[in-house]
Design a protein around this ligand. Structure first.
Ligand code: ARG
Length: 229
């Protein structure tokens, strides 16, 4: 008899997000992105067989909690609130939040300039929590998908978006149509980690895998491929 948590086929189920470029996304049903390739390298080092399960961001937490997936790699910021509910690997990516505005907006340059403004972001994200703490914002519009927030900004229905820097950059390049820009410096520092249930049998091995891909240069090569030098 297998005890709870054991699987018969030894394949680790790994949740990814289908819309978080350039980290994890799906194209023609296939998982792509920096994190997908990083995970492949980590799994090889950690000797883990796996299967990728793409889903919406809002489904990921529940999928990890319920055991539908054993792990998730999807630009999940490590923070104390989340550490109460989940186990995280060592950080594998340093980043932060940025402000996006319309290209012709000359009023908003820093987070203080968001006072009296309408800001869009994604529900449940660290950006949503962060903007909630900025004094004087007129309204925060949280969307289930960040694409909706970006579209609102393109259409000038909101004054700004706050979200993860690399994703924002990717959006501007691929779908911004010259209408949107990033202003100022990163607002904070965040690190992404692989996430699992608190009681799990994987995070230790994942950490060894992360260490190994950093050591042998695989991490640097993937970073260069996806983000430039
Ligand atoms: N890093 C932010 C957070 O943890 C955004 C997450 C983005 N990840 C994603 N798969 N869409 O809330």
């Amino acid at each position: 008899i297998l005890s709870a948590g054991c699987t018969t086929n030894n394949s680790v189920k790994v949740g990814i997000e289908s819309n978080f470029r350039p980290f994890t996304y799906t194209e023609a049903g296939e998982g792509k992105g920096f994190e997908v390739e990083l995970w492949q390298a980590i799994a090889e080092k950690a000797n883990l067989k796996y299967e990728l399960i793409p889903m919406e961001y809002r489904e990921l937490n529940e999928a990890v909690k319920s055991g539908k997936v054993d792990l998730a790699i999807a630009g999940m910021t490590i923070n104390n609130a989340r550490k109460e509910k989940f186990a995280f690997s060592d950080p594998y990516f340093q980043t932060g939040l940025v402000i996006l505005t319309a290209s012709d907006n000359e009023m908003i340059k820093t987070e203080d300039d968001l006072a009296g403004k309408v800001v869009a972001t994604r529900l449940g994200s660290t950006a949503y929590t962060y903007t909630g703490d900025i004094k004087g914002i007129k309204e925060i519009r949280g969307f289930p998908s960040i694409t909706e927030a970006y579209d609102q900004l393109k259409d000038k229905k909101v004054d700004a978006v706050v979200f993860d820097e690399r994703n924002a950059h990717d959006f501007i390049q691929k779908s911004g149509d010259g209408k949107v820009k990033i202003v100022g410096e990163m607002l904070n520092k965040e690190s992404y980690g692989v996430v699992s249930k608190k009681r799990n049998q994987y995070i230790g091995r994942v950490n060894l895998g992360i260490e190994a891909v950093v050591k042998d240069g695989t991490y640097a090569a993937l970073y260069k491929k996806w983000f430039g030098s």
